[in-house]
Every structure is written in structure tokens, then in C-alpha cells.
Design a protein around this ligand. Structure first.
Ligand code: 5GP
Ligand code: ZN
Length: 112
């Protein structure tokens, strides 16, 4: 499958992970929109939130556990951060491997 995030996961595109566990990886966004801009993704390919079967929704919990850990590790848990999932064309999704943006490091502006 021609998916850029699957290529990052399988090492075809070299990148360094800021976090990895059994089901989830995280890496810095190529085009950061905040001092800290991390993408958190499942190792398994799902195109978007629409494509996760009900019995696999535990991955959403895994991703948020990873985000909790990343925020503590990088020290922005107390100051705060924003978690964003863009879904589909009106949502502004450009990469169709579900991912959660974690934005931190400054006071963020309005959502849209
Ligand atoms: P979306 O608009 O789909 O929610 O966000 C896609 C994000 O992926 C964008 O913020 C974009 O900068 C980031 N991105 C696209 N290609 C790459 C890549 O090859 N490496 C990394 N690290 N980020 C990427
Ligand atoms: Zn993928």
C-alpha cells in the first residue's frame, strides 16, 4: 500500500520516533505548526476514524495513553496541549493513515 505513514513505520522512510510501544508510534511533524508538533499514529493502517471497526476501537485508547506519556516525557503536560484529529476532506485530512496531532509549547489560538 502506498501510504507515507506506513513507510515511516516500516523504516522505508527513515525517521526517529519520539515514542513507540506495541501498537503506537509518534514522530515530529515535518511542518510544525507549534513549538511542539507530534503525530501519534497506530502501527496498523486505518485510513481515518471512519475506518476503525468497533471491536478495534481500543486503539483510540492506546493512542491517548501514548499521548499522556509523551506529554509527561516532554514536559508539557502541566502547561497544556491540544490533540487534533482531522477526518476527511471537510476536516482537512491530507494523509489517509489516521493520526492525532499533539500541539504544545505556546498558548494556542482558536481551533478554526
Ligand atoms: P492532516 O492534514 O492529514 O491532518 O496532517 C498531515 C500531517 O502530516 C501534516 O501536518 C504534515 O505536515 C505531516 N506530514 C506529511 N508528510 C509527512 C512526512 O513525510 N513526515 C512527517 N514527519 N510528517 C509529514
Ligand atoms: Zn498507512
Amino acid at each position: 500500500m502506498d501510504c507515507i505513514f506506513c513507510k515511516i513505520i516500516n523504516g522505508e522512510i527513515p525517521s526517529s520516533f519520539v515514542y513507540e510501544d506495541e501498537n503506537v508510534v509518534a514522530f515530529e511533524d515535518l511542518n510544525p505548526m507549534a513549538p511542539e508538533h507530534i503525530l501519534v499514529i497506530p502501527k496498523k493502517h486505518y485510513a481515518s476514524l471512519n475506518d476503525i471497526p468497533e471491536d478495534e476501537m481500543g486503539i483510540i485508547s492506546d493512542i491517548h495513553k501514548a499521548i499522556q506519556n509523551i506529554a509527561k516525557q516532554r514536559g508539557f503536560d502541566k502547561a497544556g496541549y491540544r490533540v487534533v484529529n482531522n477526518c476527511g476532506s471537510d476536516g482537512g485530512q491530507e494523509v489517509f493513515h489516521i493520526h492525532f496531532h499533539v500541539l504544545a509549547g505556546k498558548t494556542l489560538g482558536p481551533i478554526c
